[in-house]
Ligand binder design. Structure first.
Ligand code: ADP
Ligand code: 5GP
Length: 197
């Protein structure tokens, strides 16, 4: 009899999570990684964005220059990539292959443009997390204090286009109460691992 709710299989799965900025995806993925550190791994993307004060290179992102990013694009190194709020972000194929050989489930936190490039091509569990309302999204972005007011408005405008793509995902969760949302999210991971494929 298995003694744990997740990590009872040798078959690694790919989970793709998207949500408008400020919805709570990083918070929720952090909760998952904390509960299941030996079973889940988050993919580390490459980006041309500058690191934020507490961010560590190679842990949060591989921070690279625009020419370096373009070279990787030309070399076909990315599974998907997109320009998000003026910066490039991409998932390296090599990173995913490496994590899958560790026999862990891999979590990709990417934007909707990137997810649209792989839906229908790459077998994965696609999860969209939506904010309860625009007012609440705005309030979370303001409270987080990582962007200026102008950048917050840009993210709110873009959020409408991202939410319109939610029906393309396998699951949609509304992040109203954090603990309830987390329970739903972890249930999806558990159910997907036990699904007969
Ligand atoms: P994202 O990664 O989607 O941009 P974050 O995880 O950084 O979003 O969350 C944005 C802000 O909202 C953070 O300050 C976080 O603590 C807060 N937050 C996350 N989920 C909830 C929730 N369910 N209710 C209230 N605040 C939340
Ligand atoms: P941030 O700069 O706040 O860390 O991320 C901005 C946005 O870029 C988020 O929506 C995040 O999910 C997305 N993102 C991060 N890594 C990737 C990636 O590798 N590919 C794509 N398409 N989006 C990414």
């Amino acid at each position: 009899m298995s003694k744990k709710v997740l990590g009872n299989t040798d078959q690694s799965l790919l989970f793709v999570i998207s949500a408008p900025a400020g919805t709570g995806k990083s918070t929720l993925v952090e909760m998952l990684l904390k509960e299941f550190p030996d079973v889940l791994a988050e993919s580390c993307s490459s980006t041309t964005r500058h690191p934020r004060p507490a961010e560590i290179s190679e842990h949060h992102y591989e921070f690279i220059s625009i020419p370096e990013f373009e070279k990787k694009v030309e070399g076909g190194e990315f599974l998907e990539y997109a320009k998000v709020f003026g910066n490039y972000y991409g998932t390296r194929k090599e990173e995913i292959e490496r994590l899958l050989t560790e026999r862990k489930h891999v979590v990709l936190v990417i934007d909707t443009q990137g997810a649209m490039q792989i839906i229908g091509k790459i077998p994965a569990v696609y999860i969209f997390i939506a904010p309860p309302s625009f007012e609440e999204l705005q309030s979370r972005l303001f409270k987080r204090r990582t962007e200026s007011e102008e950048k917050i408005q840009e993210r709110l405008l873009w959020a409408k286009q991202e939410i319109a793509l939610a029906p393309r995902y396998d699951y949609q969760i509304v992040n109203d109460n954090l603990e309830v949302t987390y329970q739903i999210l972890r249930s999806i991971f558990i159910a997907e691992e036990h699904k007969r494929r």
